[in-house]
Design a binder for this molecule. Structure first.
Ligand SMILES: C[S@@+](CC[C@H](N)C(=O)[O-])C[C@H]1O[C@@H](n2cnc3c(N)ncnc32)[C@H](O)[C@@H]1O
Length: 327
């Protein structure tokens, strides 16, 4: 039956129309090559990443982003992921990390996403193969309220590296915050903050508690119908911190394409693999749009802004990069 529900004019959710499908399908890599690839082309592979790992070059990836299905009963466009017991999920994840490990450079970084339940598995599996450096807790705000439990409104992103030698560009991911206690020195000049006519602000070290990122929703231009889409701002922080321009970013659970889109916008090379055609087409569409649209919501002028700072972001008196006070 045709969907007769009217879409709100402010609903910007991206979709792939039947007319666009053949064109976008032509952008996907579908056929497996007969021999391993020396340097894979940038883009999106439609397939199961486990069938492709052996065809990808070893020692090639600078940044691996793993956003696997969490240990929940969940439908991904008709493909069902069924909840396993914790030991089984840990073994499943362990197998995935072991499979992908040969693709990584010795200087590579790996981020692995999870929720409260899978985090125990992520730590256990990751620490067998990698150095686990931190766990970022992301308050994603939205979540279904529960009558007999606490609402689940956070996720974890585990930060791991292959070795002691790794990239961490701390200055690229500082958070711009409004100054609540604007101290001045004896001459009346700001101490460790910058004055603007909307108030003062300072750029602060990025912590492992992220409260400035929402999950994409219907009025955001990056939003799709993917059930577990990550936001571009979240990926931008990870990619800027843990890779340099020209580095190679791999996402074998690409979903709607967020990792590749952000890698492209930030001048990194990228490859994403997604087994579902509808999602892979969405990724292809977003990558086409990223040819001209380089903006990342919540990241402007090379700065991440905390929530509710729109007035500050629009402030025309804000200083240049060189004038910022960093501490
Ligand atoms: C949690 S979602 C990733 C969402 C993604 N980060 C985004 O921003 O849209 C996991 C995705 O991995 C895909 N997937 C699951 N198993 C896969 C496999 N073996 N090979 C490739 N893709 C797979 C699912 O179809 C799903 O879209």
């Amino acid at each position: 039956m045709a969907n007769t529900r009217k879409r709100s004019p402010r609903n910007r959710t991206l979709m792939v129309s039947p007319d666009e499908r053949p064109w976008l399908l032509s952008k996907l890599t579908v056929q497996r090559p007969k021999t391993p690839l020396a340097a894979p082309a940038e883009g999106t592979i439609l397939g199961d990443f486990r069938d492709w790992v052996g065809l990808l070059p070893r020692n090639h990836v600078d940044l691996l982003f793993l956003d696997p299905p969490y240990n929940l009963d969940k439908e991904f466009n008709g493909r069902r992921f069924s909840r396993k017991d914790v030991g089984e999920y840990t073994a499943w994840l362990d197998g995935i990390i072991a499979l992908l490990l040969p693709l990584l450079k010795p200087t590579a970084t790996v981020y692995i996403c999870g929720d409260w339940l899978t985090s125990v598995s992520v730590f256990s599996a990751a620490s067998r193969h990698l150095t686990v450096r931190n766990r970022i807790s992301w308050e994603r705000e939205k979540g279904r309220g529960a009558k007999r439990n606490w609402k689940n409104a956070s996720e974890d992103i585990w930060y791991c590296t292959v070795s002691e030698e790794y990239t961490f560009n701390v200055d690229a991911v500082k958070l711009r915050r409004k100054v609540l206690a604007p101290y001045t020195d004896s001459s009346g000049s700001p101490k460790d903050w910058v004055r603007s006519h909307n108030g003062g602000y300072r750029d602060t070290h990025p912590s492992n508690l992220w409260t400035d990122i929402t999950i994409p929703f219907w009025s955001m231009p990056e939003n799709t119908n993917h059930p577990t889409q990550k936001s571009e701002k979240l990926l931008a922080k990870l990619i800027l911190a843990s890779s340099n321009p020209g580095d190679f970013v791999l996402d074998p659970f690409l979903g709607s394409g967020t990792t590749s889109v952000v890698a492209k916008k930030l001048g990194r090379r990228f490859l994403g693999i997604e087994c579902d055609e509808t999602y892979a087409l969405l990724a292809a569409k977003r990558l086409e749009m990223a040819e001209s649209e380089k903006g990342i919501q919540g990241f402007s002028d090379g700065v991440f802004w905390e929530r509710n700072t729109l007035a500050l972001q629009r402030d025309k008196t804000k200083p240049s990069l060189a004038e910022r006070v960093l501490f």
